[in-house]
Design a protein around this ligand. Structure first.
Ligand SMILES: [Zn+2]
Length: 170
């Protein structure tokens, strides 16, 4: 193996596993050579430790990422169960019923809901905010809501529901 004097930069060829104190023949500088095989073992250990660390970080990243994916698992989810048209005094009225479910481990105040009316092209025509009568959602609880749409509902092809202040606040 090659070693170099730190002071005068003279190079020496020494047996590969030389260790201990050596003295430069030119300038008399002495220094210690640590056993190369020992050092390479240490390097390998450090390298494997780094690899392990990288694998750990990778695993953590994967867990966090997949958790983030499934944490699209919003705590509260609103779904529409039924949309029915009733005729009252010759007027068509649309009544939307649905359920809000608390999927989290916390108690939530019942959110304000927005009924979104979509037209032919799938774009929202109107949004009707309303406050359900329920006030709290216990852990795992599902509470139904009913909302009578107000105003003109002609041209409405689809009805959706969104939670206020929970996700896409528009
Ligand atoms: Zn030297």
């Amino acid at each position: 193996m090659k070693v170099q004097c730190d002071i005068c930069k003279t190079e020496y060829n020494l047996p590969s596993n030389t260790s201990g104190e050596v003295k430069c023949a030119i300038c008399g500088h002495t220094w210690t050579i640590s056993n190369k095989s020992h050092r390479s073992w240490l390097m390998m250990f450090i390298a494997s430790l780094c690899a392990l660390l990288a694998a750990t970080i990778f695993t953590v990243t994967v867990i966090i990422t997949s958790r983030r994916d499934s944490s699209d698992k919003r705590p509260l989810v609103a779904v529409i169960d039924n949309v029915q048209t009733v005729t009252n005094n010759g007027m068509d009225q649309v009544i939307v019923t649905g359920t809000v479910t608390n999927r989290s481990d916390d108690i939530y105040a019942f959110p304000d809901l927005v009924i979104v009316l979509y037209g032919d092209d799938g774009a929202p025509i109107a949004r009707q905010k309303f406050m359900p009568s329920a006030t709290f959602l216990d852990v795992g609880q599902s509470v139904s809501f009913t909302h009578k749409l107000s105003g003109n509902v002609s041209g409405v092809k689809r009805v959706g529901v969104e939670l206020m202040n929970m996700e896409n606040e528009k």
